[in-house]
Design a protein around this ligand. Structure first.
Ligand SMILES: [Ca+2]
Ligand SMILES: [Ca+2]
Length: 432
């Protein structure tokens, strides 16, 4: 304690408030309801009654101050309305099906004020059904929280969700809450439907059905991330591919050619697979066959039809020794072929049989194979086709046959993946 001038400066151990500036006796109590400032003034005279009064005052202040230190925490409140809090969802949703894509969802939790935090809680609620999962803890609010889509009784239902964070503070007059943006739980693949028109299509450049329209309809509440349409050749090798991000255009038009410019084979089916993925990694597939008509190519005055899809048993021209499915397929092709040949009634038809050489790597043996096996075999097959067409109403007199064996391959016999295209029947149409 120090005296001098007009004021007395005093320090009183009062909570954690530091002594104030000299010149006045200033008691600042930071907490309500003792936040008033009291100033005591004197004239510096040391008279007894005044001195006693001053001592008494100081004593009272001391008592009040000590009491205030003890009682203040029980009545003081934290103004929680001014605390900024945030729960931020880190993606658009989750698909908890253990496929490695979006199987859980993360939230970032934030509060401006970490001190005085008593407890926290995050409730994840389906917008229709209600709360499915609750996370909670004490003072230590995690920065991130991950939900695997599980509720108490198994996987939570699909649908739209929000997460609500609630924070309770020591001395908080009320709790603080924050709500996330909506997000979706979705484990259902997109609905996919493919339709084709015209069927069959006929890309032979005559202006009739030369292109096919492929319509891909998709639907998914999470939105479509990407799509792929693969068209395979009859041996199931990739022939053509279309793909894109987002929802596909309603339809696309295909001219029947591969990326390398190769045209589809006449009278054959090309498997089509449409794969569609939603934004949460759920995949769906739809399959369809792209049937190709008997194609007729004009070459000057001549017309040419090439068919590699008539099935014969190995080393045989006997149609009857194949499966029921193959027989049915052959029947369709031959019927369609007869229909077309009838349209060109004034043309004579040369039916050429072509075969696949197996010993292509050994010229001497290949030559022997061609002469002794493939020539008679391809001739016999051309004859079998002629008989079938006769049965379907084509006049026998218009048709002649020839066996060409392995003499005119379309692709090298060494191309094992594609050499099947050499096993074919060609129809050369010339005006009579
Ligand atoms: Ca998933
Ligand atoms: Ca979905």
């Amino acid at each position: 304690m120090q005296s001098g001038g007009r004021s007395i400066v005093t320090t009183v151990p009062l909570g954690d408030s530091p002594p104030t500036a000299r010149g006045t006796v200033r008691r600042t109590v930071p907490r309500k309801p003792f936040s008033s400032t009291q100033v005591l003034e004197g004239d510096g005279m040391n008279t007894t009654p005044r001195h006693t009064l001053l001592q008494l005052s100081l004593f009272l202040i001391l008592v009040v101050a000590i009491l205030s230190c003890k009682t203040a925490p029980q009545t003081a409140t934290l103004d929680t309305s001014k605390i900024t809090t945030l729960i931020q969802v880190q993606s658009t949703g989750l698909s908890p099906n253990n496929d490695g894509f979006d199987d859980s969802i993360e939230f970032q939790l934030y509060t401006e004020r970490r001190q005085d935090l008593k407890s926290w809680m995050v409730a994840i609620a389906h917008t229709v059904i209600g709360t499915q999962k609750v996370f909670s803890g004490k003072a230590d609010l995690p920065e991130f929280l991950s939900w695997d889509g599980m509720a108490r009784t198994g996987r939570a239902p699909e649908g739209l969700y929000t997460a609500t964070m609630r924070l309770d503070y020591v001395n908080g007059s009320r709790s603080v809450t924050a709500k996330s943006a909506p997000f979706r739980l979705d484990v259902t693949p997109p609905a996919v439907r493919v339709s084709l028109s015209p069927v069959p299509f006929s890309p032979d450049g005559d202006g009739v059905d030369d292109e096919i329209t492929i319509s891909l309809q998709t639907e998914d509440p999470s939105g479509i991330e990407s799509w792929i349409i693969d068209i395979l050749d009859p041996m199931e090798h990739l022939f053509a591919r279309f793909s894109g991000m987002g929802s596909p255009a309603q339809s696309l038009v295909w001219n029947g050619r591969s990326a390398e410019g190769e045209l589809v084979q006449s009278a054959d089916d090309y498997p089509l697979i449409a794969s569609v993925r939603d934004t949460l990694g759920n995949n769906a597939e739809a399959k369809k066959e792209v049937p190709v008509d008997v194609l007729v190519f004009r070459d000057g005055d001549r017309l040419k039809i090439v068919i590699a899809s008539i099935t014969f048993p190995p080393y045989s021209a006997d149609f009857t020794k194949i499966s029921a499915d193959q027989s049915e397929e052959n029947e369709w092709i031959l019927k369609r072929l007869a229909e077309i040949l009838k349209k060109f009634a004034r043309y004579k038809i040369t039916i050429e049989g072509h075969a696949v050489m197996v010993y292509w790597y050994d010229p001497a043996r290949g030559e022997e194979e061609h002469r002794d096996v493939l020539l008679p075999l391809s001739k016999a097959r051309a004859e079998a086709v002629k008989r079938a067409l006769t049965g379907l109403g084509i006049e026998q007199i218009r048709m002649s046959t020839v066996g060409l064996g392995g003499s005119q391959p379309i692709v090298p016999f060494s191309d094992l993946e594609n050499r099947w295209k050499n096993r074919r029947v060609e129809f050369i149409l010339e005006k009579q």
